[in-house]
Design a protein around this ligand. Structure first.
Ligand SMILES: NC(=O)C1=CN([C@@H]2O[C@H](COP(=O)(O)OP(=O)(O)OC[C@H]3O[C@@H](n4cnc5c(N)ncnc54)[C@H](OP(=O)(O)O)[C@@H]3O)[C@@H](O)[C@H]2O)C=CC1
Ligand SMILES: C[C@H]1O[C@H](OP(=O)(O)OP(=O)(O)OC[C@H]2O[C@@H](n3cnc4c(=O)[nH]c(N)nc43)[C@H](O)[C@@H]2O)[C@@H](O)[C@@H](O)C1=O
Length: 324
């Protein structure tokens, strides 16, 4: 699949360091990493708005913001995000808030003259039993994982909206599909977070209290692919500079671990010496979702940070910024 605009040297490619770039969701895990990356590369004209200053679910406010600021580039990293429990417990929020944010931001970006937009989806867009590793072409080929279908439907709508605007208006909107992410500025909430920050916090608190056991959800057998958010930010900037096609692009590490292996690794990095207890009343979710990121590798991008190094880096950040 290729788009009408597919030229790295097109005027929409990110080249000028003074280009005005709106990073939506800049206080989150992904948005903050993208800001760090852009600043490290010397970009000087970033437009940033916190949730309290600009609620992206409010269409009028979003339109007014774009009319005044007129950003040239948009990276959409604002979304309602959470782990398996949050997705399963708040389905209305996950579908409605995400549809609202992405519809407002994508449509206003087009109408107010943004040259290029990157939308972020997630590996949960693929069918629960997709072929492994999952190629981009597996989209819409089978039923979704029930614990996150509401979020996945919103994300699929975002990909399709970018494709529709490209086809109808010849507008440069692209989509990146990250695998499970982690790193500084993650959400360490005990229930609503993803597995890696949840376990880091639980092991840390158990170590501090001298607890003998830590509860881990599910069977431990599901496989997950993890990517450090600094690698993801590097990949996002690479896509902004080098890709302008119709089809979404997978962004993964290519390496997977079982949840049991992950738990053992986090336990080791944190230095907890007790036992793991598995809570089988909690859902496992998708059994496996390793993405095929060969399309991105073929464009010339590969990740650099190993899971072990990334965990050490994240725990250091947790100790300096989160723990009580
Ligand atoms: N984390 C992961 O493992 C993965 C994430 N992704 C995708 O990456 C993107 C970013 O996720 P991540 O950084 O993890 O999420 P976070 O929850 O860390 O950050 C989301 C950001 O969006 C902002 N936001 C949420 N609602 C609104 C709103 N109504 N108006 C304005 N801002 C809002 C949040 O602000 P505030 O906190 O103030 O509400 C926050 O800054 C999402 O599209 C997600 O789907 C994809 C795959 C995996
Ligand atoms: C990024 C991705 O994230 C979500 O999908 P998920 O990969 O299933 O996410 P998760 O990180 O929450 O769980 C991974 C696995 O880990 C197990 N697990 C063990 N113990 C804990 C634990 O303490 N917390 C959590 N959250 N999970 C735990 C858990 O039971 C599951 O088997 C969706 O939001 C989806 O929409 C999405 O895009």
């Amino acid at each position: 699949m290729s788009g009408a605009i597919n030229d790295a040297t097109s005027p929409s490619a990110l080249s000028d360091k003074s280009a005005k770039i709106f990073v939506a969701g800049h206080r989150g895990l992904v948005g903050s990493a993208i800001v760090r990356k852009l600043q490290a590369l010397g970009f000087t004209n970033l437009v940033l708005r916190g949730h309290a200053e600009l609620d992206l679910t409010r269409q009028n406010d979003v339109e007014s913001f774009f009319a005044v600021e007129k950003p040239q580039f948009v990276i959409l990293a604002a979304a309602k995000v959470g782990g398996i429990h949050a997705n399963n417990t708040y389905p209305a929020d996950f579908i409605a808030v995400n549809l609202q944010i992405q519809t407002n931001v994508i449509d206003s970006s087009y109408r107010f003259g943004v040259k290029k937009l990157l939308f972020l989806g997630s590996s949960c867009i693929y069918p629960k039993f997709a072929p492994q590793p999952i190629p981009e072409s597996a989209l819409l080929t089978g039923p979704l994982e029930p614990t996150n279908e509401w979020y996945a439907i919103a994300k699929i709508a975002g990909i399709k909206m970018c494709q529709a605007y490209r086809i109808q208006y010849n507008w440069d909107a692209i989509s990146g599909m990250p695998t499970n992410l982690y790193g500084p500025h993650d959400n360490f909430h005990p229930e609503n977070s993803h597995v890696l920050p949840a376990l880091m916090r639980r092991f840390h608190e158990a170590k501090v209290k001298g607890a003998k056991e830590v509860v881990v959800w599910g069977s431990g057998s599901p496989l997950r692919e993890f990517l450090h958010v600094d690698d993801l930010a590097d990949g996002v900037v690479f896509l902004m500079e080098n890709y302008s096609g119709l089809e979404h692009v997978n962004v993964g590490s290519g390496k997977e671990v079982t949840i049991k292996e992950l738990a053992e690794l986090v336990k080791e990095v944190v230095g907890f010496e007790g036992e793991l207890v598995w809570d089988s009343s909690k859902p496992d979710g998708t059994p496996r979702k390793l993405m095929d990121s060969s399309k991105l590798a073929g464009l010339g991008w590969t990740p650099k940070i190993s899971l072990k190094d990334g965990l050490v880096d994240t725990y250091k950040w947790y100790l300096e910024n989160v723990k009580q």
